[in-house]
Design a protein around this ligand. Structure first.
Ligand SMILES: Cc1cc2nc3c(=O)[nH]c(=O)nc-3n(C[C@H](O)[C@H](O)[C@H](O)COP(=O)(O)OP(=O)(O)OC[C@H]3O[C@@H](n4cnc5c(N)ncnc54)[C@H](O)[C@@H]3O)c2cc1C
Length: 534
């Protein structure tokens, strides 16, 4: 159930067509001297073998690549180390504590648009868990899995197919190369009814900074068969503490998997105007809150969708941000409206036939056209979302990073709001104003999770142009600050803006995290700066 990676595969896996952030500029952490770092490398080589420690610029290069703006080269790591077992993780933490060398854990390291394998503060080594890639258990009756951090969505999907297990996975839009563990720990999302990944996670094994092993939920009960069945165990629920944090290294995770339904029907709703954004949310929220529609509703702006499969120059040759008129023209030519909302129904033929008229009736009142495979067959965007909403694997959205220039620049800005139409109208106007000021395009989507909206804005820029990279950094920070002033803070952010976003969540919140951090990790060896926690 595991894949054997050789060293070269690991290097190329990290090197998917993006630019380096400048390994020469990487500097050591303030807690360690040059001689201390040399001793760390030697000690780590003794644990994992010399082939699995990367500390020279050439071998480290894949770990320095990132789409996010890093104009001052502040985020490149100084090294990387790849353990294969939990015991090796424990031994590496012991070395890190001894020399005060910070380690930034990643599972598959594909946190694209949030920093990939770069770290929040200078001088960290990447603790790369790709080699720990065993699927430890799948229970077809309970619909559960227990996996290691390096397992990819592709690997899990292949395992289910090869073993004829009728369970679906739930994937982010770059599923094949990413990991359920890494995605869940950054509180990522997918598009089936199991799309809120933390909700559908059950049980973790965590190596604490002092090397002890904590199993959450039922995991520390001898003889239990409920570790992946019951989330809470007894006493405080710990799992959330290890997400978007730096309190431990997660080495196993339980997941719930959705039984494959007998019938599945994907839909798209086409709205013609940018200004329709408010009424779409007002229409979809009641259907979502009542679970008549059981999966995340993705409201895609046409510009985002065009950017997946086009170069900007195909659609726009004018100055500044692309105009709504140009977007509308290109969208229409491709069977799209200015907003295209995707959702699906799951169940039996009979249950879908019973719910579909209710959903259609509600949506019709918003002026949207409800479309299905019958009308949209062959449309690549419809096909893309129909694939995602059944947990299918696709890498098509990576095309976004080719929208502008050849540098592969992308930073996700993801402010949250209550699922109300007035919020989308305000957020869209503010985003367009700020992006427009810097000459960037409004390439965005809204996801109606349950009662909340995630506004997912892809700031697309050309990273090969240093002036544009600097501008993207400034634009991103302005969005964080000005959205924050209106109570719209991010649910997740990239390594350059973690401290900035954490400030918006207030002093009490920050002090609480700091107290925990200091108690659990007094030498600050795990991911200092993650989510602004130092
Ligand atoms: C075009 C495009 C589309 C995308 N679509 C989506 C989407 O639909 N949904 C979505 O959620 N994301 C999306 N992303 C963002 C991102 O690529 C995914 O979330 C991806 O799953 C994260 O990478 P990963 O799984 O390799 O996690 P990693 O990069 O391995 O981990 C993410 C972070 O979690 C922490 N972490 C990871 N493993 C551990 C561990 N074992 N112990 C402690 N901490 C750990 C670290 O801070 C790490 O930086 C998209 C990106 C792009 C470019």
């Amino acid at each position: 159930m595991s894949f054997n990676l050789d060293r070269r595969e690991v290097l190329t896996a990290g090197a998917i067509g993006v630019l380096g952030t400048g390994v020469q500029a990487a500097r050591l952490a303030p807690s360690i001297s040059k001689a201390g770092f040399a001793a760390v490398v030697k000690a780590m080589q003794a644990v994992v073998g010399a082939d699995w420690v990367f500390a020279d610029p050439d071998s480290l290069h894949p770990y320095t690549k990132s789409y996010v703006p890093d104009p001052h080269h502040a985020h490149a790591p100084v090294g990387a180390v790849c353990p294969e077992t939990v015991e090796q993780v424990q031994a590496l933490l012991k070395i890190a504590n001894q020399y005060k060398q910070p380690l930034w854990p990643v599972s598959t390291g594909k946190n694209m648009g949030y920093g990939m394998t770069t770290a929040a503060t200078p001088g960290q080594m990447i603790l790369d868990l790709k080699r720990m890639n065993r699927i430890l258990e799948v229970d077809p009756d309970l619909g559960t899995a227990l996996i290691e951090p390096g397992v990819t969505y592709q690997q899990l999907s292949d395992y289910l197919a090869e073993n004829n297990i009728p369970l679906w996975i739930d994937v982010p839009t770059i599923g094949p190369i990413a990991s359920p563990v890494g995605n869940t720990l950054d509180r990522g999302v997918g598009y089936t009814p199991y799309g809120d990944h933390l909700t559908f996670q059950c049980g973790m094994e965590v190596v604490l900074p002092n090397g002890e092993i904590l199993r959450t939920g039922m995991g520390s009960i001898k003889g239990t068969n409920a570790w992946q069945a019951f989330k809470y165990g007894y006493g405080p629920v710990h799992d959330g503490l290890f997400t978007q944090s730096n309190f431990g290294v997660v080495t196993k995770m339980g997941l719930w998997l959705m039984p494959k339904p007998p019938a599945y029907k994907p839909f798209m709703i086409r709205h013609p105007e940018m200004g329709d954004v408010g009424k779409i949310v007002e229409t979809m929220r009641p259907l979502r809150v009542a679970s008549l529609i059981p999966n995340v509703n993705l409201m895609m702006s046409a510009a985002y969708q065009l950017a997946m499969f086009n170069r900007r120059s195909d659609v726009w040759s004018g100055e500044g941000s692309i105009s709504d008129e140009a977007v509308k023209k290109a969208a229409k030519a491709n069977g799209l409206g200015m907003w295209n909302t995707y959702f699906a129904l799951y169940g039996t033929e009979q249950s879908i036939a019973a719910i579909e008229p209710i959903v259609r009736g509600a949506i019709g009142a918003s002026g949207g056209e409800v479309l299905t495979e019958a009308e949209m067959s062959g449309n690549p965007w419809f096909h893309h979302h129909a694939t995602l909403m059944r947990g299918g694997l696709s890498l098509e959205e990576i095309g976004l990073v080719r929208w502008k220039g050849n540098g592969g620049g992308l930073a996700w800005f993801a402010p949250v709001a209550a699922a109300k139409g007035s919020e989308t109208v305000g957020q869209t106007a503010l985003a367009k104003e700020i992006l427009g000021k810097y000459g960037f395009d409004y390439t965005a989507a809204y996801a109606i999770g349950w009662r909340e909206l995630h506004h997912i804005i892809a700031l697309l820029y050309d990273k090969s142009d240093p002036a544009e990279e600097l501008k993207a950094d400034q634009c991103y920070r302005e969005m964080v600050v000005r959205f924050g002033e209106k109570g719209w803070a991010s649910y997740r952010t990239g390594v350059p803006s973690m401290a900035l976003v954490s400030q918006q969540y207030g002093q009490v919140n920050r002090d609480f995290n700091k107290t925990l951090k200091h108690a659990i990790d007094p030498n600050h060896i795990i991911a200092p700066g993650k989510s602004g926690i130092v």
